[in-house]
Write a protein that binds this ligand. Sequence first.
Ligand code: NAD
Length: 271
Amino acid sequence: MSHDFKGAVALVTGSGRGLGRMIAQGLLESGAHVALHDINENAPAQYGESASLTALADEFSKTGGQSGVKCIAVTGDISREADVVAMVARTEAGLGPISILINCAGGDIGAAGGKPKPNGALDISLEDATAVMNRNFFGTMLMCRAVVPGMAARKKGAVINFGSLNGHVGVSPEVVYGCAKAAIIHYTRCLALEMREHGVRVNAISPGPTTTARFLATRQTDPDKMGGASLDRYATPAEITSTALFLASDQSGFISGQVLRVDGGMTLFAA
Ligand SMILES: NC(=O)c1ccc[n+]([C@@H]2O[C@H](COP(=O)([O-])OP(=O)(O)OC[C@H]3O[C@@H](n4cnc5c(N)ncnc54)[C@H](O)[C@@H]3O)[C@@H](O)[C@H]2O)c1
C-alpha cells in the first residue's frame, strides 16, 4: 500500500530505534517531514541500530526520504512535561505544525533501567511501577496534551498510540506494563471521542511480539517463530510499520478510537 504524506509533519516518539525508527523512515519515504525523537542521543546505539539520534537524522536527511523532505532530531523524556513541551516546540519551529503524532516510545523499563525485578502484581516495587506508568501511560498522555490541541484548532490530525497485547489479556510477569498499555488503549478511545467534532483521529496499535533489535537482544527467541507461512510466529517490524502508516493516512480517514491488534490472530476475542 503506498501513501502520500506530502506536506505532512510527523513527530514519532522513540524513533531512534526499533518500530519508531522504521515508521519514521516510512513516513519520510512517503513525503512527510519527520522529527525523530528519543530520550537521549545514545538510545539508538543501545542495540546497535545507529551511532546517535543526530547521526540517524543526518542519514535519513540524505538518503531516507523523498527529495525536499526534512528530518530533524529532538530529545527529551516523555514523562517530563517540560521536556515534552520543549521538544514539540522544537519540532514545530523546525518543520511546521504537527499533523501526525506517533507515540511509540515506551517499554517495560523500571526506575533503574532494565525490566523491573520482581515484576508481578503483588511484588513490583512502587518505584518501578511508577516509572513504568510514567514512561508509557503518562508519557503518551503528556505528548497528546502538547500536540493535539493544535491539531484540533487546525481541524486536522492523526494520532497513533502504542498499546501491547499485554494490555488486553491477563499477564504475569510484566503486570504494570500491561496496566499502562491498557490505560493507553482506553485513553485512545476517550481522546478519540473528545476529538470527533474537531476532525482529529486517534487510534492505537497493539503489536504482538515483534522482532525489533531490542526484542531480539533481550530474550531467548524461538527459531520456529522467526518466519514462514504460519501466523504462529513473531511479527516483523515492517508489519507493524505498514499498519501505522495506514492509520496515519487518509486511507483510514473514517477510522477513529480503534485499537488494531497486529498479532497474526494470537488473541481472538470480541472488542
Ligand atoms: N517489540 C515488541 O515486541 C512490542 C510488542 C508490543 C508493544 N511494543 C511497544 O512498541 C513500542 C516500540 O517498541 P520497540 O520494540 O521498538 O522498543 P525499543 O526499545 O526499540 O523502542 C522504544 C523507544 O522508546 C524510547 N523511550 C523509552 N522510554 C522513554 C522515555 N521516557 N522518554 C523518551 N523515549 C523513551 C527508547 O529509548 C526507545 O528508543 C513500545 O511502546 C513498546 O512497548 C513492542
